[in-house]
Design a protein around this ligand. Structure first.
Ligand SMILES: Cc1cc2nc3c(=O)[nH]c(=O)nc-3n(C[C@H](O)[C@H](O)[C@H](O)COP(=O)(O)OP(=O)(O)OC[C@H]3O[C@@H](n4cnc5c(N)ncnc54)[C@H](O)[C@@H]3O)c2cc1C
Ligand SMILES: *[C@@H]1O[C@H](CO)[C@@H](O)[C@H](O)[C@H]1NC(C)=O
Length: 547
């Protein structure tokens, strides 16, 4: 952290609102708040807008949400934008954000390559004090964190990594010039969503590809569609799409069937599974019976259906049992599954090898490969770490936040992350969190929950202004109650049963805790709207006279 003093002689810059992060969240807030007349500044560590989609340029990077719901509702953007695929690639999303810039001129208020490293609310001034890595200090009334879930990458510290002579790349820090794997022996460590995407690409080009798998990815068929350039019809329905997506549980625009798995005949059940399977994407998981994520046996039926469809795609019986085990490794959908195009066929290629890390773990890296516990040596020229993130909490903790008493968030959250409404944190007045801990976040289609939270935050700021409130702050009791509620809802589902990043289980030593609100978007909005309408759970402070 650069504690330089080069700027301390100058007075801190001042804005009404400082936003950190220029992805969907930051752009949405900036666009609206600027229009309402607030002075805004956005600090962004990267060098362009788009957040996740600027940061991630690994081969195969693609969104698993259908394009019509995975975009901003702002009409200036969509009225003359057409998507080329149902599930757009990272390249297309970067073109989308270039279009966003052309229409909205977001960059006027953004400072790039500017990382926030410290922030604290000063009670005596009733203002935020924000420090960036270049040593500058900024003050603002509001501090809006739009840092996403994946700003802190995770790399397991395998012994001997430093001796490896080949190339090693984490998926979130891919070289701009790409990685040439033609004729090379390569490996992918990790089979989460990113691993699946990378594996499909590298299998095509590499001499050999070795996949190190800890948990099989219960991936669903994407059924990608190429779309015609003429999309006028979509534009007539978009306003409805944007309204309706928020009325659905996961913000995807489609809902589970309002019936229990056991209320219908086996034939009816099979017919629904089959219809959802044909639709592709997450329809099988999210569009089946409402108890699919609540009832272990119902969930198992769904898993067995998926396994029956998927097992025949893999020729080798050993690989088949590793990729699609007869017994589910965890409840279906309780870890983030991926959408795949030819993932399972990839393992039929003679140049693709699969190592089961549960039986044959990585012992160490050597200069030209990896040794596993069975004694095998895997010769390698390049390794991709698709090992994910210290997700959801890591991005926020990375901001160097301190509460009004000077205690760091990292310290405070060691035993348990606590928020109020997934929007605020006790001890952090006038700070609002987008797409973060205890919001619908990773269990939602991003832009849907982002816009819902964004509107609520904007409304709060407007009402504070109208009521001459200088600050509001969640009480510790309200935060305890919300955190407990999030856990209760989670406990009623199958999510806690999987060792997933949803519950922090991917990071050694991280407290296991549900980090997302599992009750769905409509219930989330209702809970927030009710509390916010009369400042329930908040201490409010009147603005002093004058000033
Ligand atoms: C590989 C990948 C695939 C995904 N696929 C899907 C999907 O299929 N469907 C879906 O709904 N969601 C998906 N997501 C989640 C996706 O991140 C969200 O949908 C959405 O992009 C979140 O937008 P955001 O603006 O909240 O955060 P982000 O897009 O993550 O943007 C956060 C920004 O904050 C900046 N930042 C962070 N810390 C600092 C700091 N200290 N100082 C300054 N700047 C900082 C970062 O540089 C980044 O630009 C995926 C995420 C990843 C990583
Ligand atoms: C959730 O379940 C865990 C594990 O069974 C339990 O320890 C915890 O008290 C439960 N939380 C709530 C709020 O019910």
């Amino acid at each position: 952290m650069a504690d330089t003093i080069q700027h301390t002689h100058s007075r801190p810059a001042r804005y009404d609102i400082v936003i950190v992060g220029a992805g969907f969240s930051g752009i949405f807030l900036l666009y609206h708040l600027r229009k309402l007349g607030y002075s805004c500044r956005v600090y962004e560590a990267g060098d362009d807008i788009g957040g996740t989609w600027q940061q991630h340029i690994y081969p195969g990077v693609r969104v698993d949400s259908e394009n019509w719901v995975y975009q901003l509702s702002i009409s200036e953007i969509w009225e003359d934008w057409s998507w080329s695929e149902l599930y757009p690639s990272g390249q297309e999303l970067r073109r989308y954000f270039a279009h966003v810039e052309k229409k909205l001129h977001i960059k006027k208020e953004v400072e790039f390559q500017t990382r926030v490293v410290k922030a604290q609310f000063l009670r005596e001034k009733s203002r935020w004090r924000i420090e960036t890595q270049d040593g500058r200090v900024t003050e603002s009334q509001f501090f809006l964190t739009c840092v996403g879930t994946s700003a802190k990458r995770y790399t397991p510290d395998f012994p001997g990594v430093e001796h490896f002579k080949g190339a090693i790349h984490h998926s979130s820090r891919w070289p701009r010039e790409g990685v040439n794997v033609r004729g090379k022996k390569v490996a992918v460590i990790g089979t989460g969503s990113t691993g699946v995407q990378l594996i499909q690409e590298w299998a095509r080009e590499a001499d050999t590809l070795t996949v190190f798998q800890r948990t099989p990815n219960l991936a669903l068929p994407m059924r990608q569609l190429q779309l015609p350039p003429e999309q006028d019809f979509m534009k007539t329905v978009y306003p409805h799409v944007f309204r309706d997506r928020e009325r659905t549980f996961a913000g995807t625009g489609f809902e589970p069937v309002p019936k229990g798995t056991w209320e219908v005949s086996p034939e009816e059940r099979e017919a629904l599974y089959e219809a959802n399977w044909k639709k592709g994407g997450f329809h099988l998981l999210i569009g089946s019976y409402f108890d699919s994520f609540l009832d272990q046996k119902a969930n198992r039926l769904l898993y067995d259906f998926w396994a029956r469809k998927t097992r025949p795609r893999i020729h080798d019986p050993k690989k088949r049992d590793l990729l699609v085990p007869k017994e589910p490794p965890h409840p279906f959908g309780a870890k983030r599954g991926s959408l795949e195009e030819n993932y399972f066929e990839v393992f039929n290629q003679p140049n693709v090898h699969l190592v089961n890390l549960r039986e044959d773990h990585i012992v160490e890296f050597k200069s030209h490969g990896i040794v596993t516990s069975s004694g095998a040596f895997h010769e390698l020229d390049a390794v991709a770490f698709a090992t994910g993130y210290d997700a959801v909490t890591g991005s926020l903790i990375n901001l160097g936040l301190r509460n009004t008493e000077g205690k760091s968030l990292e310290e405070e959250w060691k035993d348990s992350a606590k928020t109020y409404l997934g929007l605020t944190i006790s001890g952090y007045p006038n700070m609002f969190v987008m797409y973060g801990v205890h919001g619908p976040t990773a269990l939602s289609n991003g832009p849907a929950s982002i816009e819902m939270q964004g509107r609520m935050i904007i409304d709060v700021i407007q009402r504070m202004h109208a009521n001459q409130l200088s600050s509001i702050e969640a009480t510790p009791e309200a935060a305890d109650a919300w955190t407990k509620r999030v856990e209760e809802i989670s406990n009623a589902t199958l999510f806690p049963q999987a060792d997933s990043w949803y519950v922090g289980a991917n990071i050694p030593g991280k407290k296991r805790q549900m980090l997302n609100f599992c009750g769905g978007l409509p219930a989330y909005e209702e809970a927030c709207a009710q509390a916010l309408s009369n400042w329930e759970g908040f201490r409010t402070f009147q603005r002093p006279h004058l000033s």
